[in-house]
Design a protein around this ligand. Structure first.
Ligand SMILES: Cc1cc2nc3c(=O)[nH]c(=O)nc-3n(C[C@H](O)[C@H](O)[C@H](O)COP(=O)(O)OP(=O)(O)OC[C@H]3O[C@@H](n4cnc5c(N)ncnc54)[C@H](O)[C@@H]3O)c2cc1C
Length: 561
């Protein structure tokens, strides 16, 4: 019998485990995927000439095994071991409503492959549902979570600048990575033309300057190699493997079981509590049960919905913690792939050295400093870079002196900005269990029914219009726009399927991420989100996980659960 079980070892599970272990709970982390050993599994040391197929996965393999995952920019020959094979992990969608479920099943989950952009939600995000009536009112406000954002930022290390913006609160930042000369020029031009807009250095969970608490875990400062999605042998960006699980491990309270797929959670109607989890061994397919006093669901938004729905019993015919019928509903992702790109012909006559693990960020301004004909808003991620000899010389006919000349010429400045828009919580965007199909372990596969609505369509148009206007304000020539929102899921910010709320009839979790129905069951991954904001969400999942762990331990000690 353990004190606590954490289901999933990714972004939220790693932090939940650390916080529970540090508070003295004997904690079992159950992970469906294999163990990853950074020293042998990471591929960040591979040299370009060692990488097959110039880092491209052969088309036949992509089509066969990665039909969905291939749509993610980070899937390539050096990283393919981190992604599920879609051929082995099916799910279904309505034919006319595709959803790209982008995921990795291994120790550390998607904390290995993430883009590390880390932004706080603001008071206006926590108030949004109450104000416009979409989704359930968050049972917390910014002040409730602010100390936990501080706590997480200090632990994981987030590089960024203090900006004093109400829509994007500042935090406990390491030095920012900073903007290059052309980005600074872009910033000054945009901010001069649009006084309510800001262009800042992207806030990113890479150690610009490692602090003692990072070095204690064997982490060092970022080497600016920009191979992050291959795993970082320097531990220079936050992942469960570089920080949260090692921190949990050094307490002596952590046990990890990998290759164990949680099938369902065991509920005892006599005591009204959960008592453990049923797992299926991923390799042998044998079943077994683990018991604990408190359970944390951190299997990711869709994974957790699947487990809760599959935990149905006579007492919970609709699934566990689902008396509200809200489990699986309100699935959200961010509007994604809405991009404006072009040239900055009047860019500065300078160059820069090396790489950076981030770019520029334009915080939300619509319905903050400028109105919009839609609810909520969006931010942009992007960058300005000089095109290199590759762009100038490759693919252009010619040999000899002319080619040599071109390879020695620095190219023009290229600018791109890409919008991330808030999706309204909509109960019809929903994860359910397929009525007949099961996976190879006999678990019902999920059916994902999710689409954007009118508000998102209006927003998508404005993202492109505003993006063009900003590139042009900087003297840029827009060369291309991608004005169709990416297929839902492609933002890889899926959230909302077990939302927090004040009312047990319309939400699954209370203000402590504790299920309304079962007091010793906590859910702290993306499924807890009552709204999505437009900020990259993982920092919020981690802050909620730490906060919930703190309360769960208090409740246990007080005998409340
Ligand atoms: C390429 C990429 C770029 C991204 N960029 C950013 C970014 O810049 N900023 C940002 O905020 N977010 C980003 N994200 C999203 C971020 O990775 C996720 O928000 C985050 O990892 C979600 O955390 P989680 O704990 O909910 O899920 P995960 O990290 O996915 O972890 C879930 C874990 O649970 C395990 N699991 C699932 N089902 C079961 C089961 N039945 N039994 C046992 N274990 C199970 C999984 O194997 C996995 O290890 C990015 C993601 C990707 C892939």
């Amino acid at each position: 019998m353990f004190d606590a079980i954490v289901i999933g070892s990714g972004m939220s599970g790693g932090i939940a485990a650390k916080e529970l272990c540090e508070r003295g709970l004997k904690t079992l982390v159950i992970e469906r995927g294999r163990k990853i050993e950074p020293s042998t599994d990471y591929t960040d040391w591979m040299q370009p000439w060692d990488i097959p197929n110039t880092n491209l996965i052969p088309e036949e393999e992509l089509a066969r095994d990665y039909a969905i995952q291939r749509n993610c920019y980070a899937v390539n020959e050096t990283t393919k071991q981190y992604w599920v094979k879609d051929s082995e992990h099916p799910y279904s969608t309505p034919e006319d409503k595709p959803f790209y479920w982008i995921r990795g099943y291994h120790l550390g989950g998607r904390s290995i492959m993430w883009g590390r952009q880390s932004y706080r939600l603001s008071q206006m995000d926590f108030e949004a549902n109450a104000k416009d009536g979409h989704g359930s009112d968050w049972p917390i406000r910014y002040d409730d979570i602010a100390p936990w954002y501080d706590h997480i930022e200090k632990f994981i290390g987030v590089a960024g600048s203090q900006e004093g913006l109400p829509q994007l609160p500042d935090g406990q930042f390491l030095p920012e990575f900073g903007l290059n000369d052309a980005e600074l020029q872009f910033k000054h031009a945009v901010e001069a033309k649009f006084p309510g807009r800001k262009v800042i250095s992207g806030r990113v969970a890479n150690l610009s300057k490692a602090q003692p608490q990072h070095e204690d875990l064997g982490r060092t400062s970022c080497q600016n190699r920009s191979f992050c999605e291959r795993g970082c042998s320097f531990g220079a960006y936050h992942s469960s493997l570089s920080s949260s699980l090692p921190a949990a491990e050094r307490t002596g309270n952590l046990t990890i079981v990998a290759d164990a797929i949680v099938h369902s959670i065991v509920y005892d109607p006599k005591i009204g509590k959960v008592t453990g989890v049923r797992v299926i061994d991923a390799n042998t397919k044998e079943g077994r049960t683990y018991e604990a006093k408190v359970i944390f669901g951190c299997a990711s938004t869709i994974g957790t919905a699947q487990i809760l729905l599959n935990s149905k019993s006579e007492d919970n015919p609709n699934g566990l913690a689902n008396s509200s019928d809200m489990v699986g509903r309100h699935l959200m992702d961010h509007l994604y792939a809405l991009t404006v790109a072009g040239m900055l012909p009047n860019g500065p006559n300078t160059y820069y050295h090396g790489r950076r693990p981030t770019g520029l960020y334009i915080p939300r301004f619509r319905n903050v400093t400028e109105s919009g004909d839609f609810l909520r808003g969006y931010g942009y991620q992007g960058g300005v870079s000089r095109m290199s000899w590759r762009n100038m010389a490759l693919g252009v006919p010619g040999i000899g002196a002319a080619l040599k000349e071109r390879t020695a010429t620095i190219g023009p400045w290229f600018v791109f900005i890409s919008g991330f828009g808030e999706m309204l919580p909509n109960p019809d965007n929903r994860v359910t269990l397929h009525p007949t199909r099961t996976d190879k372990w006999g678990i019902p596969i999920v059916h994902i029914d999710c689409a954007i609505g009118d508000n998102e369509r209006k927003m998508a148009k404005q993202i492109i219009l505003d993006g063009k206007a900003m590139v042009e304000a900087a003297g840029g020539q827009v060369m291309t726009t991608m004005d169709t929102p990416g297929t839902p899921g492609l933002g890889i910010h899926e959230m909302g399927t077990a939302c927090m709320g004040r009312n047990p009839k319309t939400s699954v979790l209370n203000q402590y991420n504790q299920t309304h129905d079962v007091k010793n069951l906590f859910i702290t991954d993306g499924s807890a989100m009552a709204s999505s904001g437009c900020q990259n969400p993982s920092l919020t999942y981690m802050a909620l996980s730490a906060r919930a762990a703190h309360h769960a331990v208090e409740f246990l000690r007080e005998g409340q659960i």
